[in-house]
Design a protein around this ligand. Structure first.
Ligand SMILES: C[S@@+](CC[C@H](N)C(=O)[O-])C[C@H]1O[C@@H](n2cnc3c(N)ncnc32)[C@H](O)[C@@H]1O
Length: 223
């Protein structure tokens, strides 16, 4: 039997998990919530704040649900409509999710838990302006006709999962985006950015969270 991921506390007080499969942490140990806000909320959602009222997001790797939770809070706070689709190959169980402290730290634990207890494979209205669909499966096998404004590319690091950072996968991400859509990642490795450029993205280097000098925003369609 596979061991479940283990909870640890990161430096900003928020939890993260250590994966026994990949021997890697789900977030920065310098601060899970801090990293998620800088990389996905600030570099991702905020990019469209003044130009779009409805934003479609695809997340690679649902994991703890932290990015989905922060996005939902952002939607409520900013009165935006979010369509949030996510994929996960190794879902954590509901009992483990109940022990994570994101909901308590974010002031809405029932909303956080709802992301874990709601059914997979169907569109759910978590709140009226947050439409959510989680799909269990491997990204390698994903087939969809949906397209998105923002991709949260939140795979484990290239050294842990090299195939997920290969050109064929990043091309697949490019094709999932609408014109002028963006992909955001905590990774700023040169090889990653070169591959993004090769598949057609323009790259922006943005300041990272504690412990990380830069993060990456890749923009489709205006090279
Ligand atoms: C770095 S963690 C990020 C988790 C998540 N975004 C969060 O905030 O907790 C990467 C996630 O991708 C999942 N994953 C790994 N390989 C995958 C694959 N081939 N297809 C889909 N999900 C995968 C892992 O199980 C893990 O939950």
């Amino acid at each position: 039997m596979m061991l479940p991921p283990q909870i640890i506390e990161s430096e900003d007080g928020s939890h993260t998990l250590i994966s026994p499969v990949f021997n890697a942490s789900y977030h920065s140990t310098k601060g899970a919530i801090t990293e998620s806000k800088v990389v996905f909320i600030n570099a991702g959602l905020e990019y469209f704040k003044s130009t779009k009222d409805k934003i479609a997001i695809f997340e690679m790797g649902f994991g703890t649900g932290l990015n989905a939770f922060l996005s939902c809070l952002w939607a409520v706070e900013n009165q935006k409509e979010l369509i949030y689709h996510t994929i996960e190959a190794y879902p954590i169980n509901v009992e483990l999710a109940q022990k994570l402290n994101y909901g308590l730290l974010g002031g809405n634990d029932s909303l956080f838990q709802c992301l874990h207890t709601c059914p997979w494979e169907t569109e759910q209205k978590i709140v009226p302006n947050f439409s959510f669909n989680k799909h269990q499966g491997f990204i390698e096998n994903l087939e969809t006709f949906c397209t998105y404004d923002v991709i949260y590319f939140d795979a484990f690091a290239p050294d842990d999962q090299p195939t997920l950072w290969a050109e064929s996968m990043l091309k697949k991400m490019y094709n999932l985006l609408n014109h002028k859509g963006i992909l955001v990642s905590y990774c700023a490795k040169g090889s990653f950015k070169r591959t993004l450029k090769d598949v057609g993205f323009r790259i922006e280097n943005l300041p990272g969270p504690p412990g990380k000098r830069e993060i990456t925003r890749a923009i489709k369609g205006d090279k």
